[in-house]
Design a protein around this ligand. Structure first.
Ligand code: ADP
Ligand code: MG
Length: 311
């Protein structure tokens, strides 16, 4: 392709909100054989919502919800934000009308208990201290690795959530298992159509996620992806890319999170969701400003047309 053709293609991309960082990236996209999708925030809307909360100790349900939201107050993870929202609705919703002037943040500040020693554990959850007691909020391995026993009643409850494509978030307080929250994150409405379209173009879709196997498989089934890699730690996502590249395959990665940036950098074509984190956008070759997965196909099509590949 001539420099003019590349310039024109870059302009066409921009008119779709597809920002292309350079002619090399534009050229590589035509040969993509695999598209690896992150699950949360990429295939799903990233608008996680708590659908259920259940206590498995003597704690009051309202206190449990306040505790978990307090632990997540410093979290930037979509799951953390979903939990804080849920606490707000659970405790403050009825009160909004008689205190119209009070903002959401003020009401939350009054509700939440200050946590100390907060740390976010990527791919696992959060850890902190509330009322001087240790609190863990996250997946199974976070709790079990810290010596917290999960009662079988709670394990069954979590399995049930996962089979319904929801993520179970487990909570311990002072070293004792306390309860579970169920979180749903709906698929983007175009996700299944895009997966189908890629298959028709001869491109293999793959899903990679830090979430558990059961939830991952339920979501993959809904969206039409057969090749699933679940319970992958952030560094592991780049390893998935490299293992697919071993036989010379050209691999694209689509992601939105901090935990996707090593994989976006490792891929032959990294595509960041525009609404994603700055680190992901920086690591990528393409930015999909409309946050619409159809633009993955737009990008590949544009490259194929610009470089006049006949198929
Ligand atoms: P994904 O790869 O799908 O974007 P992550 O790697 O961010 O997912 O997280 C993997 C899992 O770790 C989540 O499904 C959840 O179980 C747990 N987790 C991560 N961050 C949090 C958090 N702030 N609160 C609760 N659980 C969390
Ligand atoms: Mg994500």
């Amino acid at each position: 392709a001539t420099p003019t053709a590349v310039m024109v293609a870059t302009g066409v991309g921009a008119s779709h909100g597809v920002l292309i960082k350079g002619g090399d990236a534009l050229e590589r996209a035509q040969n993509v054989q695999y598209v690896i999708f992150d699950k949360t925030g990429t295939l799903t809307q990233g608008k996680a919502a708590v659908t259920t909360a259940k206590v498995f100790s003597g704690m009051d349900l309202g206190d449990f919800i306040t505790l978990v939201a307090s632990a997540e107050a410093s979290s930037e993870h979509p799951l953390g934000r979903a939990i804080i929202d849920y606490a707000y609705h659970y405790h403050c919703f009825g009160k909004v009308q008689d205190s119209k002037k009070q903002k959401k943040e003020e009401m939350l500040a009054a509700l939440l208990i200050e946590a100390s020693d907060f740390s976010a554990l990527p791919g696992r959850g959060v850890q902190c201290s509330v009322n001087g007691r240790s609190v863990l909020v996250g997946n199974r391995s976070l709790l079990t690795e810290n010596g917290v026993e999960i009662p079988s009643e709670a394990e069954n409850f979590v399995v049930e959530l996962e089979m319904n494509a929801k993520t179970g978030i487990l909570v311990s307080y002072d070293g004792t298992f306390t309860g579970v929250l169920g979180v749903a994150d709906p698929l983007k409405r175009e996700a299944a159509v895009v997966v189908e379209g890629l298959k028709k173009m001869g491109v293999k879709p793959v899903m990679v996620t830090g979430d558990n196997w059961r939830t991952a498989q339920a979501v993959a089934k809904e969206v039409g992806i057969e090749d699933v890699r679940a319970e992958v730690m952030p560094a592991g996502k780049a390893d998935v890319i490299r293992s697919l590249q071993k036989d010379g395959s050209i691999v694209a990665m689509v992601g939105d999170g901090i935990n996707d940036s090593p994989a976006l950098a490792a891929a032959d074509v990294g595509m960041a969701i525009g609404a994603g984190t700055d680190i992901a956008i920086e690591a990528a070759d393409y930015v999909l400003m409309r946050n619409n997965l159809e633009d993955v196909i737009t990008a590949i099509d544009l490259s194929r047309k610009t470089f006049a590949r006949i198929r």
